[in-house]
Design a protein around this ligand. Structure first.
Ligand code: BGC
Length: 313
């Protein structure tokens, strides 16, 4: 497997929060829980666009920057890898030309800020490009953003994912820039009617409630999908990171557990690192209220494995 990022978990709904759903407080003890459970990586989604000026030079709010610093520092201090991205920049997806200068200015500031940091910090250029940020436009935008990062931080590992919400269908259209330090990332939520049943932000999702997952046909569908991803990665000679996968709490726990364990095991068999979506809110592997892991999900992700001391530094 791609041992650099190994096994990870998303700290979703913390620095990417919308303000209208459950939120994860970015508490130090959650980083302890993740490190002690044996995860290697935290993916830290960040909604920079909600905390930066609308006009040049598009300065990021200093207090917000310090919150991100604290999250990055908490992960690195515990020997974890940490992936920082640009999350929920929907205005960029709706109007790519208008927002491109601001997007690049965000990366100029982020890359400069973290240039001296440990190599265990990685950047992911944009979560789930979509809408008017079509595959063709995204190829151009990502090349520009990568050049901005490289100007400040030539050695940093950078993650790039395909258009159409990082779905595997858009992988063939992704143009990989010539650069020796990239990891490709995709998100996997199929079948969507299973993983998103009852999700309030998906129209019609309450109609899918009660859908279960398991059995040979369901497993074969997942295996076929992930094998396509792995084949693309081999062709491109790129390591792969399954940066989001998970099933919303609207599904029954036995099905969620089966799906999570199967996707995770297939990803590992195919040499991919991964990060579960997500730690402590509506897909949560960890129950904030009781401050304990939801054991079936923890086990689906990590089995009984000991912490990966061999890849810590
Ligand atoms: C979004 C979350 C959402 C999750 C699953 C993520 O990329 O940021 O808001 O809960 O996907 O749909």
């Amino acid at each position: 497997m791609n041992r650099w990022l190994g096994r990870g978990i998303n700290f979703g709904n913390a620095l990417d929060a919308w303000g209208d759903g459950p939120e994860l407080p970015l508490d130090e003890r959650y980083f302890d829980e993740v490190a002690e459970a044996g995860f290697d990586t935290v993916r830290l989604p960040v909604r920079w666009s909600a905390h930066a000026r609308a006009a040049p030079p598009y300065a990021i709010d200093p207090a917000f920057f310090r919150r991100v610093d604290a999250g990055v520092g908490a992960a690195l201090d515990r020997g974890l890898r940490v992936v920082v991205n640009v999350h929920h920049y929907h205005e960029l997806c709706a109007a790519p030309e208008a927002h491109l200068p601001r997007f690049l200015a965000l990366w100029r500031q982020i890359a400069a800020r973290y240039a001296g940091h440990s190599g265990r910090l990685c950047f992911e250029l944009l979560n789930e490009p979509r809408g008017r940020l079509t595959a063709v436009r995204w190829n151009a935008v990502l090349a520009e953003a990568l050049a901005v990062v490289r100007a400040a931080d030539p050695g940093r590992t950078v993650l790039i994912g395909p258009a159409e919400m990082n779905g595997l269908g858009a992988l063939p259209a992704l143009e990989v820039p010539g650069d020796g330090n990239l990891i490709a990332t995709i998100h996997y939520y199929a079948p969507f009617e299973f993983t998103h049943q009852g999700a309030g932000w998906v129209e019609g999702a309450e109609r899918w409630l009660g859908r279960t997952w398991g059995g040979t046909a369901d497993e074969t569908a997942v295996r076929d999908d992930l094998e396509k991803v792995a084949a693309w990665g081999r062709e491109q000679r790129l390591p792969l990171f399954l940066g989001e996968f998970g099933a919303f709490s609207g599904a029954d726990m036995p099905s969620r557990t089966r799906w999570t364990a199967f996707v995770r095991a297939e990803a590992e068999r195919l040499g991919m690192s991964w990060a579960y979506w997500e730690f402590g809110t509506d897909f949560g592997a960890f129950d904030l209220e009781s401050a304990t892991w939801r054991e079936p999900l923890r086990r689906a992700l990590l089995g009984d494995r000991e912490p990966a001391a061999e890849i810590r530094q």
